[in-house]
Design a protein around this ligand. Structure first.
Ligand code: ZN
Length: 165
């Protein structure tokens, strides 16, 4: 019988709730940056035909004045803030996905709520405001996959990041 089988589920749930409150109260703000998405040009059909409703009419057969003839434009990249525990020193890391990580500098680990994991998976970088002055912002890229974390219910996750050069 595993030790967890001896602990009532209500106790485990209480622990998970406390852990969640801990992140909420002591966590730091991490800004996730999502990749830019390309959307269909609002001004043309196929890049060389004005669509009749777009903001910049252009002569038939000329490249569209908005998209240059590609028929799609980049939407501004979005970002979103989450609150999580941030460990800047590898000695404080809770768990390593890979033992070689211990030897590397420029690593950071976050411990977040499972409900935020899908956002972390979608982003391609994040920023953490470092230092008391709050003026130096470091950009981080994911190193490996997130791993579930939590006593039993896996209500949290760990994600390790490498500082972007
Ligand atoms: Zn266009």
């Amino acid at each position: 019988m595993a030790i967890f089988d001896l602990i009532p589920l209500s106790t485990i749930q209480l622990h998970e709730q406390v852990a969640s409150d801990f992140i909420r109260d002591l966590g730091k703000t991490v800004t996730l940056h999502y990749p830019a998405i390309r959307i269909t040009c609002p001004n043309c059909y196929g890049g060389y035909t004005y669509n009749g409703t777009g903001p910049n009419p252009f002569p038939q057969g000329q490249p569209c004045s908005i998209c240059g003839g590609t028929n799609n434009i980049a939407q501004a990249p979005e970002s979103e803030d989450i609150t999580c525990m941030v460990y800047m020193n590898p000695k404080d890391f809770i768990q390593y996905q890979d033992l070689t990580m211990q030897l590397q500098d420029g690593l950071m680990q976050i411990r977040g709520k499972m409900s935020d994991l899908i956002k972390v998976q979608r982003c391609n970088s994040c920023t953490v405001v470092a230092g008391i002055e709050g003026i130096q912002t470091m950009v981080w890229q994911k190193l490996g996959e997130a791993i579930p974390y939590g006593v039993r219910l896996q209500s949290e996750f760990l994600q390790t990041w490498k500082r972007k050069p």
